[in-house]
Design a protein around this ligand. Structure first.
Ligand SMILES: Nc1ncnc2c1ncn2[C@@H]1O[C@H](COP(=O)(O)OP(=O)(O)O)[C@@H](O)[C@H]1O
Ligand SMILES: [Mg+2]
Length: 329
């Protein structure tokens, strides 16, 4: 396996290194085996989790020693994730997988009642939320959702005014909708058979989902690994099948790239869905779809997969249009 060199970092159309806004520049890895945990999961978990304190309320969510978070982040995590503890979904937060600008993802110990071992918690940060991903392009033509996935009526003029005025209440509603889109879409796509994590529960600021990886190390995103030439074509085809299946559900990812696809034991899982667009209602859908395909093809081209992103996008779009004629051209 060849190491990823600096020129292997994805570049956007202007020749500038493309770094997902939610990710720091990746570590370069020389070998996928580096993603194998060095200690077994129970040893790792035991070392991360605080010993039970008899004086402590056993009903409390446990934040591990290894979390290395500020007291502010601790308080925010407790506030956001305790309800999931109360709902018997998670028992402790073991480590931070990734600190993005928009959200942090944590590896949590699952509550025994779930039958799972680990659960990923994606926790959005409210204060910094607004200045980051330029979400107005994505929000075009999609109704505002409440945390439980109900569309807010545009006749709710008080709320609409709050959103337009970017008041606290308005920003809260916009963020809850952003998170709800990620959760609802994950659910819909998972049910349709797409390679996305199984969603578990959401709130206004957080999503619990199936976790990929081990306590010590989460599954890497594609940009962090160099694929073998013989596995690249099959993974590319798998990703394309997902793109088509997802489009059939009236969904365009909107930020699809090697940064938002996990490599899980030779398979893929598409993540990071809050910005999805509906091709039936978003006037920029076609351009967004083209960009998704370009980024995907750019990554696979590095491992010898020759593909024309425009032609693929055109082909999928045409087929989609044939069955959904009323959408924007
Ligand atoms: N279900 C998961 N299992 C393991 N790791 C995950 C999972 N979901 C996200 N991650 C990790 O967290 C990172 C950030 O998640 P992502 O949904 O892409 O949010 P952001 O908007 O911050 O980019 C990913 O790059 C990946 O490393
Ligand atoms: Mg991401």
């Amino acid at each position: 396996m060849t190491p990823l060199s600096s020129s292997d970092l994805l570049e956007d159309e202007d020749g500038v290194d493309y770094v997902d806004p939610g990710q720091r520049r990746p570590r370069r890895l020389t070998d996928r085996r580096l993603h194998k945990p060095k200690v077994d999961k129970w040893t790792a978990r035991f070392s991360l989790t605080e010993r039970p304190n008899p004086e402590r309320d056993v009903h409390e969510l446990i934040l591990s020693h290894g979390l290395d978070v500020t007291s502010e982040e601790r308080a925010y995590l407790l506030e956001q994730l305790s309800p999931f503890h109360g709902a018997k979904l998670i028992t402790s937060v073991l480590r931070r997988v990734k600190g993005g600008k928009e959200a942090n993802v944590y590896c949590c110990a699952a509550h025994p009642a779930t039958g799972l071992d680990l659960i990923a918690a994606k926790v959005y940060r409210p204060r910094e939320f607004r200045n980051l991903k330029n979400d107005s392009q994505y929000r075009q033509g999609r109704p505002l959702l409440t945390a439980n996935g109900q569309a807010v009526s545009p006749k709710d003029w008080r709320l609409m005014k709050a959103i337009a005025g970017k008041s606290r209440k308005g920003l809260q509603a916009t963020q809850a909708s952003w998170v709800a889109y990620e959760f609802q879409t994950m659910k819909r796509l998972h049910d349709a058979g797409a390679d996305v994590p199984r969603p578990i529960r959401n709130s206004e600021h957080a999503i619990l989902m199936e976790y990929f990886g081990d306590v010590a190390l989460a599954a890497p995103t594609l940009n962090l690994i160099a694929l073998e030439p013989d596995e690249a074509p099959a993974l590319f085809q798998r990703l394309l099948r997902n793109v088509e299946l997802i489009l059939g559900q009236h969904v365009i990812h909107g930020d699809l790239s090697a940064y938002n696809v996990l490599y899980v034991d030779g398979a893929i899982k598409i993540i990071d869905l809050p910005q999805i667009v509906d091709p039936r209602t978003n006037p920029d859908a076609r351009a967004i779809f083209n960009r998704d395909m370009e980024r995907v093809c750019q990554y696979f081209a590095r491992f010898g997969v020759q593909a024309n992103p425009r032609a693929i996008a055109h082909d999928y779009w045409k087929r989609y249009m044939t069955t959904n004629g009323e959408i924007h051209a």
